[in-house]
Design a protein around this ligand. Sequence first.
Ligand code: BGC
Length: 328
Amino acid sequence: MLYIILLMSLCCGCTADKKSSTEELRVGVLLYNQDDLFISSMKQELDECFRKTEKQEGCRITVSFFDSMGSQTTQNEQIDAFIKRGYDVLCVNLVDRTDAATIIDKGKKADVPIVFFNREPVSADLSRWDKIYYVGTDAAEGGKLQGEIFLDYYKKYPEKIDKNGDGVIQYVLLEGEPGHQDAAIRTESCIKEIKEGGVEVERLAGANANWKLTQGKEKMEGWLTEFGDEIEVVISNNDAMALGALEAMSESEWADIHIEIIGMDGIEEAQAAVQEGRMMGTVLNDAEGQAEVVVRLALKLGKEEEPGEIPNMKERVIRVPHDKLGTG
Ligand code: BGC
């Protein structure tokens, strides 16, 4: 009997500072820039998933979203404010992914766990504390799938792509933000996949358009003026820039000749363009799947519980798989 009482008191002791399911959990979410089309879809998914989890778990979850508007200094100040107001856990979409140390140290000092997502901290920063996680994707896998979409389509309809029939595919490349883990790696892996598939390619031009539709459109306008219908394919690191290229084409004198475009993310507008045959394909950067992992981690860490088994997790980094969304 004494043993049982002792055991019970020990168990109560070890869970004493854990949140009970009736308590409110306060989660702060910081977005690097809410104007980003993919990030705004992530925000929607996160919001829905937190609401769903609240119902399932029967606990109150207060979620506050902040837009850091492209400034790391603003984001750091927002973190201070959340910590001061006693938030239990933070979900952070870094502005500058190489500058996570300050935020991590703030969290560590106040013992507020952090789930980073989409913009990956460097591994030296990730090892600063064991209550930090990263949720994102494998950029090389994403690029490879873009390459596969191209190959599937090219094998079926070679004449639709190689319009000048020279056996070489002339392409232009819209790259994301310099230094972002998803930009250069996607590009490299996509081109590698196409070449390994036995197709010769020639890069006519490429430029960083910083994930933005407007910049993608601007770059494409310039290339259409310079190369016109010599361009056979547009490869884009994301859908927003691909949609910009699409706009530039439809407003140009080349509106009638169809230039194939491959995007990445699977945002609604791009999926519609794929369905309507205006884009060759896109790759699903699974916002819903990533949001589910972020929410699960936030819930567990916020309640001071162990996150347990999470698919695709290695050293507190979870890479949610992509999927192909192509017409091929
Ligand atoms: C997405 C882009 C987005 C960027 C923001 C990437 O993973 O593909 O669309 O702009 O993340 O960090």
